[in-house]
Design a protein around this ligand. Structure first.
Ligand SMILES: [Fe+2]
Length: 239
């Protein structure tokens, strides 16, 4: 898939909360990380591409659901913004980063994106531990899941740094990288339930909204699903 340039790379000051448009979220995402277009090609910045595709996917789904597409796009752009600080612990770093700009209402996607229906157990691979667990568990318990949380949670699972793929392919890849836990099957089931719920509300299959998904990925859904189920239904192996 040919990568799309979303906007010109112009870094400007971030505006006020009410005026936090996708373009401003994009500028905040690139701030201090992407200085020119060559930085976008660096391996360590692949997460920026992933974030941009999550934003694009969230926009499409939200508009199909007659929700606020711009808000969904902003949440998608910033959901992994904590990776500027550290990959490990990026949800909390991201939320804190957004708070620094008085944008904590948008930072909710930093905290909720990895947990389906805002349930701390429904995550891919090994979940948070220690103080991060305590903070996230509390935040997720007092934060009622919204349509926007659900949209970003789903988009995170079919958007890569190269564009859109199937949930089955991406979950298989994530599971191979992050390992299997006692919650992996419950997480998979919740993802499929969320996908079906959103499809029912949209009135079309999810992948129909993303014609850029490679034919190969679509034709290997059954195989990927089978391989994934084989992994997550195995005796539990904690990492
Ligand atoms: Fe992500």
């Amino acid at each position: 898939m040919t990568k799309k340039i979303f906007y010109d790379i112009i870094l400007v000051e971030v505006g006020c909360v009410d005026d936090f448009t996708p373009k401003k979220a994009y500028e905040l995402l690139l701030r201090d990380v992407i200085h020119d277009s060559s930085d976008l090609e660096k391996k360590e910045n692949r997460w920026i591409w992933h974030s941009l595709y999550v934003g694009e996917a969230a926009l499409r789904i939200a508009e199909k659901l007659k929700l606020d597409g711009n808000y969904a796009m902003v949440l998608g752009y910033v959901h992994d913004i904590g990776r500027k600080i550290s990959h490990e612990g990026h949800p909390i770093y991201g939320y804190q980063y957004m708070k620094r700009f008085d944008l904590s209402s948008y930072g909710r996607s930093c905290l909720t994106h990895s947990f389906i229906n805002n349930d701390i157990h429904l995550t891919a691979g090994v979940g948070p531990s220690g103080n991060a667990y305590l903070f996230l568990d509390y935040y997720l318990q007092v934060t009622q899941v919204s349509d926007y949380d659900n949209i970003i949670q789903l988009c995170d699972l079919f958007c890569t740094a190269n564009g859109f793929t199937t949930i089955e392919k991406r979950l298989l890849d994530i599971t191979r990288r992050k390992g299997v836990t006692e919650y992996s099957k419950a997480h998979y089931d919740s993802v499929m339930e969320l996908k079906a719920r959103i499809e029912k509300r949209m009135g079309i299959p999810l992948y129909q909204l993303f014609p850029e998904i490679e034919k190969e990925d679509l034709s290997s859904i059954s195989q990927d699903q089978e391989a994934l189920l084989e992994l997550i239904e195995q005796p539990q192996v904690k990492k």
